[in-house]
Design a protein around this ligand. Structure first.
Ligand SMILES: [Mg+2]
Length: 405
């Protein structure tokens, strides 16, 4: 249970800090998780609240802003207008495609650090996936009709610009309660995505891409470990082909560069800095920040995510992962290194359509563990709706606070 006094103090610190920066994931945090990403919905009032926060708010997501699957289309649907979000600057500002695609709130996207050859290969990936998808689904479900393959293909392959993705949810539905079948789906498509990586290599793009598995069980030999289904946890639901360097923790550095740049008039890492320029390890990233960002320019950062995993292995150790882990960890570490009380917020997204571990167990099984370095300052057990309610309230109060400054 949340301790109300702690929670009130936590809220007070955020409201009274001179400089704050909220960096927030999207799916599962402000949009409930759904099996078909095309049915995602976003609360109108949340959009207006994000606008109130002005430059104290950024999103950081592995989805994309643009394209017919993009978050910008969800905003337009929610506001029932394609003009209002552009004119009133109501698009969510920040980084999408895991740190590659940036936009300000008027909705104009930009990207840096990607070669033409990489973009061309990315544009060909969805068709490669479709051909392989048909073969794999026939193998997994020998009696499946052509029409059904086509319908599932539409739902499963996300032909996004920077991060083509295979999503397993619609095929999981076909597998019903067959756990082995669900695992076969996960393993077959992991193999498929590795074949696509090999194809990139053969075209001279060995250093260009990597596979991002959500949720995952951490890294082994620099590769993300797939989380196979169990009875209580569906495990990994999608795999994305991402540009190397496109990681949320690097995204935090890119966003800090923009935040500090806007406040001080000088971008600490330079005007051209992008995700490909980020140092690799967490330690190097922190040293890099310490070198270029002064303490007085560093805001109190609030990181908000819903995908953090921890699973006890047979040897008693924990395998820890989750696509929000790295960016939440770097926010926590920056706080420690700058002696600023950064906040980590976890939103429980398990009540959506996707089966995930929930915070209803005392020790947060499947999410975190006692020895986990990453600590949550507050947890929204009530999921997206509870978080959105809090967010709207904070945004309004923060707006009032800044108006009086
Ligand atoms: Mg999420």
């Amino acid at each position: 249970m949340r301790q109300e006094t702690n929670f009130l103090n936590f809220q007070k610190e955020i409201l009274n800090a001179k400089n704050i920066l909220i960096i927030q994931d999207i799916d599962g945090v402000c949009i409930p998780l759904v099996k078909d990403p095309m049915t995602r919905k976003l609360d109108k009032n949340y959009i207006y609240a994000a606008k109130l926060l002005n430059d104290e708010f950024f999103v950081l997501t592995c989805g994309e802003h643009e394209g017919f699957r993009g978050v910008n289309r969800i905003i337009e649907r929610s506001l029932n207008s394609k003009i209002e979000p552009h004119e009133k600057h109501l698009y969510l500002r920040g980084l999408a495609a895991c740190g590659v695609e940036f936009q300000e709130s008027e909705g104009k996207t930009s990207f840096e650090g990607i070669s033409k050859k990489e973009l061309k290969f990315l544009s060909e990936v969805p068709e490669l996936m479709r051909i392989k998808f048909r073969k794999i689904s026939k193998n997994l479900f020998p009696n499946i009709s052509e029409k059904n393959i086509y319908l599932n293909e539409k739902k499963s392959i996300c032909d996004t610009k920077f991060s083509p993705t295979i999503n397993f949810n619609s095929l999981f539905d076909l597998a019903l309660d067959d756990l082995n079948k669900k695992r076969s789906i996960q393993l077959s498509f992991e193999k498929m995505m590795n074949e696509i990586l090999n194809e990139a290599e053969s075209q001279g793009l060995k250093e260009s891409f990597f596979l991002h598995i959500s949720p995952n069980l951490g890294l082994k030999n620099h590769q993300e470990i797939i989380k196979l289904s169990t009875i209580s946890d569906i495990g990994s639901t999608d795999i994305q082909l991402l540009l190397k360097g496109a990681q949320k923790d690097s995204g935090v550095l890119c966003l800090l560069n923009k935040f500090v740049g806007k406040r001080t008039g000088k971008m600490p890492f330079g005007n051209q800095f992008n995700f490909r320029d980020c140092p690799k390890s967490m330690k190097e990233k922190i040293l890099f920040c310490k070198k270029f960002i002064r303490k007085e320019d560093m805001p109190l950062i609030i990181g908000v995510g819903d995908t953090v995993t921890s699973q006890k292995m047979t040897n008693g150790r924990y395998s820890r992962g989750g696509s929000d882990r790295s960016f939440l960890e770097i926010i926590q570490l920056l706080g420690e290194n700058y002696n600023i009380d950064n906040k980590i917020i976890f939103v429980d997204s398990s009540s959506g359509e996707v089966c995930r571990p929930s915070t209803n167990t005392d020790n947060f099984d499947g999410i975190t563990d006692e020895k986990d370095k990453l600590k949550f300052d507050t947890v929204f057990k009530g999921g997206t709706s509870e978080y959105i309610e809090w967010f709207i309230n904070i945004a309004q109060k923060r707006f009032e606070f800044r108006r009086k400054l």
